[in-house]
Design a protein around this ligand. Structure first.
Ligand SMILES: NC(=O)C1=CN([C@@H]2O[C@H](COP(=O)(O)OP(=O)(O)OC[C@H]3O[C@@H](n4cnc5c(N)ncnc54)[C@H](OP(=O)(O)O)[C@@H]3O)[C@@H](O)[C@H]2O)C=CC1
Ligand SMILES: CC(=O)N[C@@H](CCC(=O)OP(=O)(O)O)C(=O)O
Length: 336
């Protein structure tokens, strides 16, 4: 059994992780942490999430980062469900304790320190860890995930976009002279559990945000290898992302080539479901680890649509896919 700890366990993705770790036959959930002075320290996780009552009643503990060298030497797996800056600050100390670290934040996703200054607003002090980290896009980077000690789990919008666009880019089917256009809508849980005006019940209304400057645009570009335009939208519902993408294909690309690109990428990947004759919808993926994908071509124009649960394939269940890959467990273990 692998001794497993979740830091940031009281948040939305942390609670999803707790559920999955708890039902995993090879993982033993030993501790749940929040910040040192958290108002939730001392409470059982199940007092915050009633559905976990009798299932995960472990108490949330406040973590002082200075105690990491004493607390973590016997821990095998650490899941960081924390804000970017928090993950940035504590990952190195956890790696020094020989933990395998799965970080759900953006702190190690793009190997470029300038990117962090520009899009995250902090100076990245661990350029060597940025180089070392493996991007945990499970269906595409399994071989590298299996070898590493630091996995940067992709962002939720990024997973929706890259899963749809990477097979086309890998098959060299996207026109060089057009940017692919990604329009995606996320439920409010994408903003996390902490209260804010922008995510309060009476304020949320379907609306774009982060136009031309959302940090997932450069994350997508880096891992796709092609420029894109990305516009996120906040929807007035709890969870799920629907992304609609317009792609201009190279002249002469046939529907068979597009089909072949998707089938060869995902035919052995149970989490990505290629729909035949229906468009993805949130209802089919919310509260599941699946990402649904469908497309339609008209000449050089391709519309491709993906849908996922932002807290699951967009975060926690993709982290669990990475754990399964990293330790050689069945790839579906504990996902359903
Ligand atoms: N929500 C989503 O759809 C997605 C989120 N992500 C990323 O995953 C990470 C977690 O997101 P989410 O679950 O939504 O966030 P939440 O805001 O819901 O939860 C954050 C958690 O971190 C804890 N925390 C805050 N500061 C510290 C600290 N210094 N030390 C330890 N714990 C701390 C919080 O508890 P407390 O404040 O009480 O200490 C809480 O448990 C973020 O980096 C986010 O960007 C990635 C993909 C999708
Ligand atoms: C609705 C909403 O606010 N969504 C978040 C995305 C959360 C996420 O997946 O991304 P990171 O891990 O990169 O923070 C946002 O736009 O910032």
């Amino acid at each position: 059994m692998l001794n497993t700890v979740i830091i940031g366990a009281s948040g939305y993705t942390g609670a999803e992780l707790a559920k999955m770790v708890n039902r995993h036959p090879q993982l033993s959930l030993s501790r749940l942490y929040v910040s040192k002075n958290s108002v939730d320290a001392g409470k059982p996780l199940s007092s915050l999430y009633g559905e976990l009552s009798g299932i995960v009643d472990l108490e949330l503990e406040g973590l002082d980062p200075q105690d990491i060298p004493q607390l973590f030497p016997n821990v095998d797996v650490v899941l960081l469900a924390t804000a970017h800056e928090v993950s940035h600050d504590i990952a190195a100390a956890l790696l020094d304790c020989a933990c395998i670290v799965f970080d759900l934040s953006g702190a190690f996703r793009v190997p470029n320190t300038d990117f962090y200054q520009q899009f995250y607003g902090f100076e990245h002090r661990y350029p060597e860890l940025l180089e070392e980290a493996v991007y945990g896009l499970a269906e595409h980077n399994a071989a590298q995930v299996a070898q590493t000690r630091l996995i940067a789990v992709p962002g939720c919008y990024t997973t929706a976009a890259l899963t749809a666009l990477k097979p086309l880019a890998n098959a060299n089917l996207i026109s060089d002279s057009h940017k692919s256009v990604i329009n995606a809508t996320s439920g409010v849980s994408g903003a996390g559990r902490k209260a804010s005006m922008g995510s309060s019940f009476c304020e949320v209304s379907l609306q774009p945000y982060g136009v031309f400057n959302h940090r997932h645009q450069p994350e997508i570009v880096h891992h796709l290898g092609q420029d894109v335009i990305f516009t996120p939208h906040l929807g007035s519902y709890k969870r799920g992302i629907l992304a609609t993408m317009n792609v201009v294909l190279k002249a002469g690309t046939t529907p068979e080539q597009v089909q072949q690109a998707y089938v060869s990428a995902y035919q052995d990947q149970p989490i990505v479901r290629l729909l035949d004759g229906a468009w993805p919808k949130l209802q089919s993926v919310v509260n599941t680890p699946f990402l649904d994908l469908a497309w339609q071509q008209q000449g050089q124009d391709l519309i491709v649509v993906s849908a996922e649960d932002n807290l699951l394939k967009g975060a926690a269940s993709q982290a669990m896919q990475c754990i399964n890959i990293r330790f050689g467990f069945d790839m579906m273990e504990s996902l359903l």
